[in-house]
Design a protein around this ligand. Structure first.
Ligand code: GLN
Length: 494
């Protein structure tokens, strides 16, 4: 039986893959159904759409399905955060600096998902160069949260999260440097995973802070994230020397493992005064579900949790100041037209091309790396980063996974930063407290919808695992989703 158009856009990646494979719907029908939904660009989630490109890819998928040569995700649509470079769509990283930029190649992650048969719907809005927690730093305008359009969708992968929540795409890629997959997933009521640092290739992913940046999938369910992560990750040593030399894994293999005897670490520092009561009660209820499934809650401590904020906001800007030096008006992207000599060309290009927050971070980064301050800031931050990673290893002696909130509150109102620029950035930095520790340690972390809080806004629970334990996290999340239906809730009217 052919699924109706409304059924199509509400289907998960797993359901769509099955329907396409069984020829209950064609890739062109599926792509057409989603393209129709992106008309008018709801929530301002997309930065580039090209229906001709998408439909051509869908036609090629249909041909492969007919020939029996389709990949495991053949014909299933996906959209990419605009920090992944793509040949067929423009890539801007949410910055004016790259306005109209077209890459001569596809990022490895994009390439792998294409090889699995996925059809690209377009590119998704994000904070400029992935710097931000609200998506309001995009040079192309903010994204609205489909659950309440007066609120932010989270960031920096805000377009990705909003697009999945509004069912404009069944799946999206995101990148997470300090929480940018987990926090928007939490704020938009979807599921997202940031794998272990090095699991997914960074080749063709525009660099923000290279020692932290990691790609991952965002979708409705943990089952979908497992399918997507299996397809997008894997060693890419010739092109990304930090990609991990480990065999490809099938992340769906352990989804149905029992949670009996699973030790879930509860870090006391994640449940302090800063945690809003509505978020806390949704997390508490979720932990009871895990207990009912046979898991044991174990109190643990991550004593340097608070230090993750200053450490991250030294290291990330330091790396950003170096990475962003390539945008100088010479090689690609924007170039100022009105200048007198080479230095004035550099200065004007960068003054015009970068937004406020990016400039703030370049300056912070250059400062903490400068002679006389390097030891006091950068070196010190690196030492504490190692201690934070060691704290996790001590904790994992007593537990298999760690659970806690993703963010201290639900999604806040749009415009907080416009009212007081300086304090608002600081408030955004502080709200990253629960996602930064796993980023600094390079550990996998995910966000799973666990209910609703203030204003009916979604709440996500964070699950963190030891290195390469993504399959375990996805197993816990999947078992939780079998017992609950928070991940199936949709914003009104969808
Ligand atoms: N909010 C953090 C920042 O602004 C994290 C962003 C990210 O993970 N890309 O840097």
């Amino acid at each position: 039986m052919t699924p109706s158009v409304t059924q199509l856009h509400n289907m998960t990646v797993a359901q769509l893959a099955k329907a396409l494979h069984a020829k209950q719907a064609s890739a062109v029908e599926v792509a057409t159904a989603f393209l129709a939904r992106t008309g008018g660009n709801p929530h301002h989630a997309f930065l580039d759409i090209d229906s001709e490109v998408t439909l051509a890819q869908a036609q090629a998928s249909d041909a492969r399905i007919a020939a029996g040569t389709g990949g495991c995700l053949e014909g299933v649509p996906i959209a990419h955060k605009d920090v992944f470079v793509t040949r067929d769509f423009a890539t801007t990283a949410g910055s004016k600096m790259l306005s109209g930029y077209r890459s001569p190649f596809d990022a490895t992650v994009v390439d792998r998902l294409r090889s699995a048969g996925m059809v690209t719907l377009g590119k998704l809005n994000c904070d400029e160069f992935a710097m931000g927690s609200s998506n309001e730093n995009s040079a192309y305008g903010a994204v609205t949260n489909p659950w309440d359009t007066s609120r932010i969708p989270g960031g920096s992968s805000g377009g990705s999260a909003a697009a999945v929540a509004a069912r404009l795409t069944p799946a999206a890629t995101g990148t997470d440097t300090g929480g940018s997959i987990r926090q928007p997933a939490s704020f938009c009521g979807i599921t997202g995973i940031k794998p272990t640092y090095g699991r997914a290739s960074r080749y063709g992913m525009i660099a923000y802070a290279s020692s932290l940046d990691q790609a991952g999938p965002m979708a409705q369910t943990a089952e979908d994230c497992a399918l997507l992560l299996s397809a997008m990750s894997g060693a890419d040593l010739d092109r990304d020397s930090t990609s991990l030399d480990v065999p490809n894994e099938n992340f769906s293999a352990k989804l149905n493992d029992s949670l009996k005897g699973l030790r879930v670490g509860i870090p006391q520092e994640f449940f302090g005064d800063g945690l809003a009561a509505d978020v806390r009660s949704a997390i508490d209820a979720a932990l009871q579900v895990l207990e009912a499934k046979g898991a044991k809650l174990v109190p643990i401590t991550l004593p340097r949790t608070e230090l993750a904020i200053p450490v991250y906001y030294i290291i990330a800007p330091a790396e950003a100041s170096s990475n962003l030096s390539r945008f100088d008006g010479v090689k690609f992207g924007h170039r100022a037209t009105d200048y007198t000599d080479l230095v004035s060309m550099y200065k004007r290009t960068r003054a015009e091309g970068f937004g406020e927050e990016v400039k703030r971070r370049i300056m912070t980064g250059a400062y903490v790396l400068s002679h006389g301050y390097y030891d006091a800031y950068y070196l010190q931050a690196q030492k504490i980063r190692r201690m934070i990673a060691d704290d996790f290893q001590r904790a994992f002696a007593d537990c298999d996974v760690i659970a806690g909130p993703v963010a201290p509150t639900v999604a806040w109102k749009l415009g907080r930063s416009a009212s007081d620029q300086k304090d608002a950035s600081l408030a955004d930095y502080l709200a990253d407290i629960f996602t930064l520790p796993a980023s600094l340690a390079g550990l996998p972390g995910m966000s799973v919808p666990v209910g609703f809080g203030e204003g009916g806004m979604p709440v996500g629970m964070q699950l963190m695992g030891n290195y390469l334990q993504e399959a375990r996290l996805l197993n816990v999340a999947h078992q939780f989703q079998l017992a609950t239906d928070h991940h199936l809730q949709k914003p009104e009217g969808i």
